[in-house]
Design a protein around this ligand. Sequence first.
Ligand code: G16
Length: 545
Amino acid sequence: MSAAVTVVETTPFAGQKPGTSGLRKKVKVFAQPGYAENFIQSVFDTAGAPANSILVIGGDGRYLNRTVIQIAIRMAAANGYAKVLVGQGGILSTPAASHVIRKYGASGGLILSASHNPGGPDEDFGIKYNIANGGPAPEAVTEAAYARTLTIDQYRIVDTPDIDLDTIGKTDVAGLTVHVIDSVADYAALMETLFDFAAIRANVAAGFTMTFDAMNAVTGPYAHEILENRLGFAKGTVKNGTPLEDFGGHHPDPNMVHAHALFDAMFGAASPDFGAASDGDGDRNLILGRGIFVTPSDSLAMLAANATLAPGYKAGLKGIARSMPTSAAADRVAEALGLPYYETPTGWKFFGNLLDAGMATICGEESAGTGSDHVREKDGLWAVLLWLNILAIRKMPVAELAKEHWAKYGRNYYARHDYEAVESAKADALMSELTGALGALPGKRFGPLTVATADSFAYTDPVDHSTSANQGLRVLFEGGSRVAFRLSGTGTEGATIRVYLERFEPVGGNLAAETPDMLADIITAAEDIAGIARHTGRTKPDVVT
Ligand code: G16
């Protein structure tokens, strides 16, 4: 033990159970003395990192980011790590952190982010632990850390001054080497190996235009470097490109509600050819063409169908995976390409084993997440670059590409309705009543729809055979339409009920209709089936994505 190590007596905090993606709480909760320390020590105690390991630390720049990074560095020094790699200014996007963990052989990483949740003294903060493959810790690891938080009685820390996070270089902290690295360089170099930058540059030179909304969040520095400096898009293409502690007072959530300025720009008179946005920590993406929003589920399918146009994927895909609530559009592509496809629970961590085992190459989720085996996280800019690569080769507007795709594979009309900050007891009552009613649903008619099957989604991982039950309630109708219900695992206030609505229209069907019209019967059926208004008093969703 180094002489400088202090062992601090502590007592457990209730509720340090990681959700869909790490521990997310209000800043005021995290700012309690010992709160972050208890959680970080619990992770260190259970992560099983070998002595002298490398730890990666970075975050999305939100309020408390720098404070917790300094704490994490001092605790890493007291817990036997040999080296910490930390992004300059405390900045590392989630996919960049995943890459850095893999590239430098780290035993894991702490990513400080509450993703798309708002930031600031009265808003949200989060800590996520990623393992040596670069991916989010699987449930066994997060459960072990949680169990430790319930019994923890001490944490270890060294008493050293804050280090300078803004200057690239190495510092010694009680025997630990802290290396402040360029936040962007490794990630940008990886992107150059995957995509045809020359073709994209040529397309830009020929007049192709885009707008990218970094939402005052972590992607700004990455987008400035890659889109403007390396690909030649005009300065100003990247909007809101400086990470701010409160994201400018907005939610860094790339959807129709929070990125409405981007929607306005893409549906306006002089819109650019392509529009995109990313979220707080850079793992989500929003894709728009001139006058068209591409749903994340469709984007996954269209990227998978065209991926071989990018150098990194020219050998073909090994398989495609999507989360259960994501539409089945990608399944149609996999079937046509003769590829295996997988349906996992919500949460990127469930893709890790499939990617590690070489069973899937491209994965995606309805929650604006798409990625591949290049890292073990979803990756917002990666999706943007794959789109840019495809458009540079196909030389057609996004709307044309979508039309062509649906004509070939059929169209899965899709929307998600969110009911936010619902009283938890009411949301739980809705879910448990519906769970009890599932068995009686098959054969029942709701307007023109007849229920084919209904179940509570459970998953057995095909690699390690671990099982995950209660991963959302599914009601499938005859003909391929469906509705699914889940409670969000990422909120910090009450419960968020998510209702996933999908209607399949086969080749030759009505492929150019408006989504709300096509989903109307399913929306009515969802209310009849779940009694959302009866349970919650809500008659319309807060957010439609
Ligand atoms: C996280 C997970 C995703 C998941 C999403 C939505 O995303 O990484 O895999 O799809 O939450 O989860 P929920 O529906 O439970 O709120 P992020 O971008 O928040 O880290």
